[in-house]
Design a protein around this ligand. Structure first.
Ligand code: PLP
Length: 431
């Protein structure tokens, strides 16, 4: 049959990203998706599941949006792509950079485009270092990031990522990356003092840590961190790859904390996954410095920086987020989701902390000296009942995370909560 055939080809030829090779070889693909509508995905066997992770925290406007398909088709037919190197430009890239400048916090006014979040992070580290070269301080080159952080998988982003297994995947990392405990501003100060403030280029943080398990910073944390960065003259960078474009109930996650970054990485929600796009935004001050480039050339650029089709799709995606009030919806549906998770917490003994902000949420499971974690079992149960969520096992955590599309409706949130509760109940009663 069709599934069997595709399964064989998948096992033989397709090396899946972030996957267990053994599981893929033993089990083959669990879902071969063929279609998506709103918060739902359908596989080739006809199973319909709720995409409770917005796929990879990115399909914010939901699946099957023909408006985005239409824009892509039109732009593809007219001009899919042209170089943006040097003085060449195209209209969608120009318009998107202007639209981003209007949305972004603080005085982030100029955008460098990439194809995704890892490239955005590597770009930010290089531009931060180049900024210090321009300022006559090339010794400011160290990048500080946090434990439990995820910044992507290119060599720079892997080096910045705090989750140990990603760093251990490669035998050697980029130099001059340092990590500090995730919510501890005093530890940041100590590290800066120990390393020497004049050797540090930038500090980078996710406003809410996503892949690390949805960790929400205490209210004053980012104010303290920003003050420390200002005090030592260190650039403050945010990685809004997940938290950008409405996910947390505001345009950008850092807006919850009342501070503004010097540079901001974005990807994912900028195009809701309909096109491969990311970027870095720079403050006016950094942009001014770049206008005085010592070498006369910004020697950093991807073939697809400013891809016309991708930028056109992102423009339309942003328009949909605005028109459909999806940021407000993320806030109210997020509150409803969190209230539901708190009810589950009250009922189910194996549930520890629950967390959430906007449509990013987590349920922690309490360790009762189990031999193996329960979160993968719960993820399996949920999938059987028609909901995709994700298990987080990093750093000894036993947690599931959930991040549905921002278009989710009230009755769909109820459904998500019911499936989670039933799944947890099933596993709990088998203990
Ligand atoms: N930064 C954060 C906060 C992320 O969550 C991710 C991906 O999940 C990345 C960077 C890497 O982005 P990409 O996978 O598009 O390279």
């Amino acid at each position: 049959d069709e599934f069997g055939q595709l399964e064989e080809l998948d096992k033989r030829h397709f090396l899946h990203p972030t996957s267990s090779i053994q599981q893929q070889q033993d089990m083959g693909p669990s879902f071969i998706f063929k279609e998506g509508r709103g918060i739902y995905l359908e596989d080739i066997k006809g199973n319909v599941v709720i995409d409770g992770m917005s796929s990879l925290w990115n399909v914010n406007v939901g699946h099957g949006r023909t408006e985005l398909g239409d824009v892509a088709k039109e732009q593809m037919a007219k001009l899919a792509y042209s170089s943006c190197f040097g003085t060449f430009s195209n209209e969608p890239a120009i318009r998107l950079s202007a639209s981003l400048a209007a949305l972004a916090p603080g005085d982030l006014q100029a955008t460098f485009f990439t194809s995704g979040g890892s490239e955005a992070n590597d770009t930010a580290y290089k531009l931060a270092r180049h900024y210090w070269i321009l300022k006559g301080k090339p010794e400011r080159k160290k990048i500080i990031s946090r434990t439990k952080s995820y910044h992507g998988v290119t060599m720079g982003a892997t080096s910045a990522t705090g989750l140990q297994p990603f760093r251990e995947f490669t035998s050697s990392l980029a130099p001059d990356f340092f990590h500090v405990a995730h919510f501890n501003s005093s530890a940041l100060r100590k590290l800066i003092e120990a390393e020497g403030p004049d050797t540090i280029a930038a500090f980078i943080a996710e406003p809410i840590q996503g892949a690390g398990g949805v960790h929400i910073a205490p209210e004053n944390y980012f104010k303290e961190v920003k003050n420390i960065c200002v005090e030592y003259g260190i650039l403050f960078l945010t990685d809004e790859v997940i938290t950008g474009f409405g996910r947390t109930g505001k345009w950008f996650g850092i807006e919850h904390y009342g501070v503004t970054p010097d540079m901001m990485c974005f990807a994912k929600g900028v195009s809701s996954g309909y096109a491969q796009l990311g970027g870095v935004m720079l403050s006016e001050q950094i942009h001014e410095e770049f206008k005085k480039l010592s070498t006369g050339t910004l020697l950093h650029g991807y073939t697809y920086s400013g891809h016309a089709m991708a930028c056109g799709v992102a423009l339309k995606n942003i328009e949909l987020v605005e028109k459909e009030n999806l940021i407000e919806n993320a806030k109210t549906m997020g509150e409803k989701l969190l209230a539901g998770l708190k009810q589950i917490q009250g009922k189910r003994k194996i549930v520890g902390e629950v967390r959430g902000l906007g449509l990013m949420a987590a349920i922690e499971f309490i360790d009762k000296n189990r031999k193996s974690p329960v979160s993968p079992l719960i993820v399996n149960e949920a999938a059987k009942r028609g909901l995709i969520c994700r298990s987080v096992l990093f750093d000894g955590q036993d947690t599931i995370v959930i991040a549905p599309p921002l278009i989710i409706k009230s009755e769909e949130v109820v459904k998500v909560i019911r499936i989670l509760d039933d799944s947890i109940h099933e596993i709990e009663s088998n203990e």
